[in-house]
Design a protein around this ligand. Structure first.
Ligand SMILES: Cc1cc2nc3c(=O)[nH]c(=O)nc-3n(C[C@H](O)[C@H](O)[C@H](O)COP(=O)(O)OP(=O)(O)OC[C@H]3O[C@@H](n4cnc5c(N)ncnc54)[C@H](O)[C@@H]3O)c2cc1C
Length: 291
């Protein structure tokens, strides 16, 4: 199938893009890497009157350290998450997650802003934003809004963005002593996950002082596991890991689809969480058997 007819405008700046979005509102669609938008256009899942191409807006590209914050521009590509020394140093979770996103050709064009705005519940980067306690920087002609990642994702392909707004960057607090972990289960490497986990921990001697475990592909949006609070500031034993992994799985309400039943997704979540905890604590004895 071919896309329905649309007009095309190449934005020269953020201001230029915002002016076009304000003029055309829900009749316009932003184009970043095109790796989700182009298939959606060709399948006629979306039929905008105007495509606003922000691909040439250089101010939206790249990662910068500002004080104790890492700012990543919306046009930073998945492939850049592997190449950028700032990201590898301060947000290694993103470098661990990137190889799981599709295949090299898609990673060379797809962008972090496009992935977050698209909000596929099985996508890796939205869950990483929850684990890293990211702030999403959103702009319109009316000004800038800063949203916690947990307030940004609203449902399947649904975010807090209005049609006049552009996601311009994400900001991540730099936690120098943090340990980070990423893992997912997919049928084949490069496929969307059937269940996945992204986590960040602040560690003492064999103790979690803070722990953020985000799960994805297990509901209509990525979620932060609440029951991880039971692991903080105490000696972690195998029975405790079993109990907490089960409690986290009970928090979930996974879909029943062609990929997996809710019971299978909950079991995958239990195993992934147990592995996550044992790896973050560097305690192989607390491995998946605990689940
Ligand atoms: C075969 C295939 C396999 C894939 N596998 C995976 C996978 O395993 N994991 C995964 O996470 N993704 C996967 N993807 C999707 C890929 O990661 C996309 O690159 C990503 O979802 C969208 O990024 P993009 O830059 O290409 O955005 P685009 O396709 O250009 O845009 C996507 C949506 O976001 C909106 N948008 C884009 N940028 C902004 C912005 N800055 N502000 C506001 N709105 C914006 C667009 O209007 C559109 O609605 C796959 C894609 C394909 C084709």
């Amino acid at each position: 199938m071919k896309a329905s007819a649309f007009s095309y405008a190449r934005a020269r700046s953020v201001e230029d893009a915002l002016t076009l979005l304000a003029e055309h509102s829900e009749k316009a669609k932003v184009l970043s890497g095109g790796q989700s938008l182009m298939p959606a256009l060709n399948l006629r899942l979306v039929s905008p009157d105007l495509i606003v191409d922000i691909g040439g807006v250089d101010e939206l590209r790249g990662a910068t350290v500002r004080g104790d914050t890492l700012a990543i521009g919306a046009l930073t590509r998945h492939a850049d998450l592997l190449r950028s020394p700032e990201i590898r140093l301060h947000a290694p979770l993103l470098s661990q997650a990137a190889p799981h996103i599709a295949h090299p050709a898609i990673r060379n064009r797809g962008t972090i802003g496009g992935s977050l705005a698209h909000a596929d519940p099985a996508a890796e980067l939205p869950a990483c934003m929850l684990a890293l306690d990211a702030t999403m920087i959103v702009r319109s002609l009316a000004g800038e809004r800063r949203l916690a990642a947990s307030d940004f994702f609203k449902g399947i392909y649904e975010t807090a963005l209005s049609p006049e707004e552009l996601l311009v960057a994400v900001e991540l607090p730099i936690r120098k002593s943090a340990a980070q972990y990423f893992n997912e289960f997919a049928r084949r490497h490069g496929d969307y996950a059937i269940a996945g986990v992204a986590a960040q921990a602040l560690l003492g001697k064999e103790v979690f002082h803070d722990l953020r475990i985000a799960l994805f592909a297990i509901g209509d949006r990525p979620v932060l596991a609440r029951s991880t609070a039971d692991l903080v500031d105490k000696v972690v034993t195998q029975p405790l890991v079993t109990d907490v992994a089960a409690a986290i799985a009970d928090e979930l309400d996974p879909p029943d689809d062609q990929q997996a039943s809710p019971a299978m997704r909950k079991q995958l979540a239990r195993v992934l969480i147990a592995r996550c905890i044992s790896t973050l604590l560097d305690r192989p004895d607390l491995d998946a058997r605990a689940a």
